[in-house]
Design a protein around this ligand. Structure first.
Ligand code: 13P
Ligand code: ZN
Length: 262
């Protein structure tokens, strides 16, 4: 077992990949997951390298564990050395230190992961993990709801009590864009400066957290709220949580919801 595989967070990472698949949020090779690690892998020799179009910026010198492009999340736990890549981030390229043993490249969303990590680290020094998944109800929500950060956040907050508790900063939403590009990466990171969850219309969600369980937990809460919205839309909703109740909840829990959104 390598030092990497012995890390408790490595096990958490692999289990999160399985859980995303189990939830139906990673059909075929859908979804990808990455986690920043301090560089403690001096003994590993670079095997290959990949260019980083967006540049590593503040991440230079750190290591990143990320799923491979085209790999199936359901297979990560069974054969992590095939499905994952441990990268050391240089200025404009990433060296492969471990993984992708049968060939391949890091996820096609590497740029969105790197830019999102940089944005979240600035906001929260404890930040470590970014995950992308095709969370079914959130994707459905983006095809029936106005694509406005504040309006969509308030819809989710109003569906169940825990939403305001777990994402007081709200949710960002991007209009449909081609995926796997630096542009969608930059747009995602811009939203990530002020919140931990960004929806890609008619595609999926990017969630950030201190570890895989934290990022996945956030996505679970938001997807549940989207599911409740879809289940109940078309019905009258006189008892849905209103602004006044959200304010009372924020006061009771000592939360600071996104400035000006309530
Ligand atoms: P990768 O297999 O390249 O990670 O792509 C999956 C995906 O969901 C793209 O948005
Ligand atoms: Zn995707």
């Amino acid at each position: 077992m390598t030092d990497l595989e012995a890390l408790p967070l490595f096990g958490e990472f692999c289990r999160a990949a399985s859980e995303i698949y189990r939830r139906g949020w990673a059909e075929r090779n859908g979804g990808n997951l990455s986690m920043l690690l301090e560089d403690g892998f001096g003994g590993l020799k670079p095997l290959r390298s990949f260019p980083i179009a967006s540049g590593a910026g503040a991440l230079e010198g750190k290591c990143l564990l990320i799923t491979g492009g085209g790999k199936y999340l359901k297979n990560v736990e069974r054969d992590p050395e095939d499905a994952l890549a441990l990268l050391r981030l240089g200025k404009n390229c990433a060296e492969l230190l471990w993984g992708l043993k049968n060939g391949g490249r890091p996820s096609s969303e590497l740029s969105a992961h790197l830019q999102s990590h940089a944005a979240r680290l600035e906001a929260d020094p404890k930040h470590r993990t970014v995950l992308h998944a095709h969370a079914t109800h959130l994707v459905a929500l983006t095809s029936v709801h106005e694509l406005d950060d504040r309006a969509l956040t308030k819809t989710l907050w109003s569906m169940c009590t825990e939403c305001l508790l777990f994402f007081p900063d709200g949710v960002g939403v991007l209009p449909w864009m081609p995926c796997g590009t630096d542009e969608i990466g930059a747009a995602t990171a811009e939203k990530m400066r002020s919140c931990r969850l960004v929806l890609w219309a008619s595609h999926g969600a990017f969630a950030a957290g201190t570890g895989p369980d934290d990022a996945l937990g956030l996505l679970e809460v938001a997807d549940k709220a989207a599911e409740l919205y879809i289940m109940t839309s078309g019905f009258p909703s006189p008892a849905r949580i209103g602004e006044e109740q959200l304010r009372r909840l924020a006061d009771a829990m000592g939360l600071s919801p996104r400035e000006g959104w309530l």
